[in-house]
Design a protein around this ligand. Structure first.
Ligand code: FAQ
Length: 333
């Protein structure tokens, strides 16, 4: 089905004719994509294209919002006032990304309330990475270095996604995520060049976050259900494995510079391929975390539910204010 159906009932055709028209429209849509056209909110699009974008963009928005929680754990315990200010600003950036992304998803016809309801009921996914705990300050550095590093590797190609509102939102998001990556690497550098205890904290954090960071790119290409269609539609420009490889190749020299060891004994440069060979993460663990059984899944959702409930009075007050203003305006006319 096409989802911008502006015809009257009288104009609607038989099911067979409709299927034929849909197939022709589908071809026309694919031609637009192949020609590099940017699809805008009011353009006609196949329902599956719309649904897949709503799924991906809302999952991305939820990830940014839930992604504030592991770092939020350290706002009151950051080691200096400067670190605290930087961390607060970074977390606020992530909130902003969530809001841009909900807005981008809303252009496809799904309301923010519905998307949030899906998150809070556990129906919608968010990135597995945010279901891991942050027990040490080093984790704040590692999240910036690895998690924002993986996020930016995945998201730079999304700046050329075929759907305009998502692609445009990604431009600013990527600039900010790049800055976050650098601030995280700076924290880890300080620790790695500090005392023996500090270096051990950085190493322990790398050990815990390495594998979950690789999982951020999604399942391997052979197990990815959406990749081939999403690449045809130019929502995705590269496969999950291509981007994972790009991230590993960029991160290995960064770890070497810090004198830290990536916890993968099979990691080595391959002259022939021009890439690093690496071991696969534990995909059973990935599926457990996606299914709600990661170390912090329940805690994360409970925190989000509480925040949503605690904020109800603010939403009510804003609605009451808007209604009062609208009534006053109408009375004055
Ligand atoms: N976690 O067929 P594919 C950030 C799901 S933002 C959870 O390969 P696709 C910023 C997938 O949705 C991080 N679920 O799917 C930050 C699908 O679900 P279905 C988030 C995952 O869409 C930093 C199923 O598995 N970034 O970090 C994951 O082609 C620091 C099959 O997978 C984005 O969302 C996962 N890791 O490719 C914030 C970027 N991987 O159909 C705070 C945009 C896969 O069963 C602090 N998204 N799934 O409902 C994408 O690029 C893609 O959606 C992928 C997955 C690459 C994530």
């Amino acid at each position: 089905m096409y989802s911008t159906d502006l015809r009257t009932d009288k104009e609607k055709k038989s099911a067979d004719q409709q299927a034929l028209d849909d197939a022709q429209l589908w071809d026309a849509f694919q031609t637009r994509i192949d020609n590099g056209d940017v699809i805008e909110a009011k353009d006609e699009m196949p329902e599956r294209y719309r649904a897949t974008l709503i799924r991906q963009i809302s999952q991305h928005a939820h990830s940014e919002i839930v992604g504030q929680l592991p770092e939020g754990n350290w706002v009151t315990r950051a080691p200096t006032l400067k670190r605290k200010l930087i961390l607060l600003a970074k977390i606020q950036d992530e909130a902003g990304h969530g809001l841009y992304l909900y807005s981008a998803a809303e252009t496809l016809g799904r309301s923010r309330d519905d998307m949030v309801a899906d998150l809070l009921s556990g129906k919608a996914k968010y990135s597995t990475i945010f279901n891991y705990p942050t027990p040490t300050w080093a984790d704040i550095g590692t999240i910036g270095w690895l998690v924002d590093g993986a996020a930016v590797t995945n998201q730079i190609p999304l700046c050329r996604c075929s759907y305009g509102p998502y692609a445009r939102a990604m431009v600013r998001v990527c600039k900010e995520e790049s800055f976050h990556q650098r601030q995280g690497y700076e924290i880890v550098t300080t620790l790695a060049q500090g005392s023996t205890e500090q270096k051990a904290l950085a190493q322990d954090s790398l050990n815990r976050f390495w594998w979950p960071s690789l999982m951020m790119f999604g399942p391997s290409d052979s197990a990815s259900t959406h990749s081939s269609q999403n690449m045809k539609w130019k929502i995705k420009r590269h496969s999950n494995d291509e981007l994972r490889q790009r991230f590993i190749d960029a991160t290995v020299p960064q770890a070497e510079f810090l004198g830290l060891t990536i916890p993968d004994p099979d990691l080595k440069w391959n002259e022939e391929t021009g890439h690093c060979d690496y071991s696969q993460p534990d995909w059973n663990e990935f599926h457990d975390v996606i299914s709600g059984n990661g170390p912090c899944n329940r805690e994360r959702l409970e925190t989000r539910k509480k925040a949503w409930d605690d904020g109800q009075w603010v939403r009510d007050a804003m609605m009451a204010h808007a209604e009062k203003k609208a009534a006053a305006k109408q009375a004055a006319q």
